[in-house]
Design a protein around this ligand. Structure first.
Ligand SMILES: Cc1cc2nc3c(=O)[nH]c(=O)nc-3n(C[C@H](O)[C@H](O)[C@H](O)COP(=O)(O)OP(=O)(O)OC[C@H]3O[C@@H](n4cnc5c(N)ncnc54)[C@H](O)[C@@H]3O)c2cc1C
Ligand code: SF4
Ligand code: SF4
Ligand code: SF4
Length: 399
């Protein structure tokens, strides 16, 4: 067992997965926010019986690397275009989730609840699956989800658990044995900001518009990409940022300014991957498979275990797919097998927000320079007038 958070309190050694809290036999641990708003386990020493379980299972110090070190990699998307459009990338999560639900199983994943709080939830029907779809770029609270998953597994029902690699690792650590009826998917993970920061951003949007945000999405429903869509109480149509750089929250996320410290020291951004199947965006796919229709999103799929192979065989006919390589995955998606690099300003970011307020930091730090903003607006204008497809054709002709 390596060094862990309980020994020295090193924040870079805890992903906040919640496995220790949920495993403690006497409920001596609780997940509490630190001064930045990230969740860490806090021990009630009067209740603790010193059994050592929390330290033994912590996946940061005892990671499980039992999956395939050389997985099969695919570029894939759903043949059903309407469903593909409603997903972040190629819609592979939805396909696997429907397969599990149709066979009587349940799906567990992250949702934004009506108060825009991100947390893990259980879906038993296709209807309940809807809020689990699409990426939420904020850390999801696991609450008591690992205990609930164990109860469902023990009743013999199939469970498809999805989450960040550290959450999949947390579930496996909590369960302490393999269940044949458990299937897991992790994501290629850039890192996570926290709920407190996301709440600040929502308040900032509400103050600017003078209206309440009732729904929020981190991805674009109309085309493939990261983009902010906010629905306000007074309107049915969302206000969309013309690109992620125009949302202070998403700009800081993409540039890695606001992650928890463990995300710059991630034990799980490596091969073998944590889930039976890893899902991600296949950025740059047009350079690898120019014949693929890329405009509505393509997923990168990494098939990491025997269970992964079985599910891929069941669903692959419903996808358009091409076989790729581990080298391409590493080259095109940095976080497939390496951790995000901490920007030098990161240790000051949350302090700056606490001191000067989120609007001040949003305007002065969480946005690119004026020339960059102008360039993006000009590009969007040209794309609108000439059309994205014509631009691609022109680029191909010009080499
Ligand atoms: C915090 C975060 C960082 C990511 N970083 C990258 C990256 O650097 N590169 C990359 O290629 N892809 C990244 N992804 C994955 C990508 O955004 C898509 O989720 C992935 O391609 C799956 O797309 P899909 O169309 O199959 O399914 P979708 O419909 O997008 O499926 C959503 C799935 O993601 C899970 N999920 C959504 N939000 C969260 C959350 N906050 N915490 C845990 N699980 C969540 C849901 O449980 C569900 O299983 C990231 C996702 C998240 C949540
Ligand atoms: S089990 Fe998870 S929450 Fe607990 S200390 Fe380890 S990484 Fe942190
Ligand atoms: S040592 Fe045992 S009792 Fe104490 S907090 Fe950890 S798991 Fe709970
Ligand atoms: S980068 Fe690593 S530690 Fe951070 S949320 Fe993703 S999997 Fe967890």
């Amino acid at each position: 067992m390596g060094q862990n958070f309980f020994q020295g309190g090193d924040k870079a050694m805890c992903s906040g997965c919640g496995a220790c809290e949920q495993a403690c036999p006497v409920n001596a641990l609780s997940m509490r926010e630190d001064e930045e708003g990230f969740l860490f386990p806090v021990k009630d020493t009067k209740v603790c019986i010193d059994c050592g379980l929390c330290e033994r299972i912590c996946p940061f110090s005892s990671p499980d690397y039992s999956n395939d070190v050389a997985p099969d990699i695919f570029a894939a998307y759903l043949k059903d275009n309407a469903e593909r459009m409603r997903s972040s990338s190629g819609g592979l999560f939805y396909l696997i989730a429907c397969d599990v639900i149709d066979r009587g199983g349940v799906v567990v994943g992250a949702m934004l609840d009506s108060g825009l709080q991100c947390r893990h939830a259980v879906a038993e029907t296709r209807e309940e699956l809807e809020p689990l779809r699409s990426s939420k770029y904020v850390q999801s609270a696991t609450g008591d989800i690992f205990r609930r998953v164990r109860d469902i597994l023990l009743r013999g029902r199939e469970v498809y658990f999805t989450g960040t690699p550290c959450q999949v690792a947390g579930l496996k650590a909590f369960l302490r044995k393999d269940y044949p009826n458990l299937l897991t998917s992790d994501l290629i993970c850039h890192g996570v900001p926290n709920q407190w920061l996301f709440n600040e951003h929502i308040q900032y949007l509400e103050q600017k518009r003078g209206d309440k945000v009732v729904k929020y999405k981190f991805r674009n429903d109309e085309k493939w990409g990261v983009c902010e869509s906010a629905w306000y109480a007074d309107s049915q149509t969302p206000v969309m940022s013309p690109g992620y750089i125009f949302s202070p929250y998403l700009y800081s996320f993409i540039n890695g300014l606001t992650f928890r410290y463990s995300c710059y020291n991630c034990t799980f951004a490596t091969l073998p991957r944590q889930g039976d199947i890893t899902l991600a965006d296949f950025w740059g796919v047009q350079g690898v498979f120019p014949d693929m229709d890329v405009k509505n999103g393509v997923s990168m799929v990494s098939v990491n275990s025997a269970k992964g192979v079985e599910v891929w065989r069941r669903i692959r006919n419903k996808t358009e797919h091409r076989k790729s390589t581990v080298d391409a995955a590493k080259r095109l998606n940095h976080n497939f097998a390496s951790t995000s690099v901490m920007p030098r300003i990161r240790p000051y970011v949350y302090r700056l927000i606490r001191k000067n307020g989120y609007p001040f930091v949003a305007i002065n730090l969480f946005r690119p320079s004026l020339p960059e903003r102008v360039m993006v607006r000009i590009k969007n204008l040209i794309r609108g007038v000439v059309g994205a497809e014509n631009i691609k054709r022109l680029k191909r002709v010009l080499g």
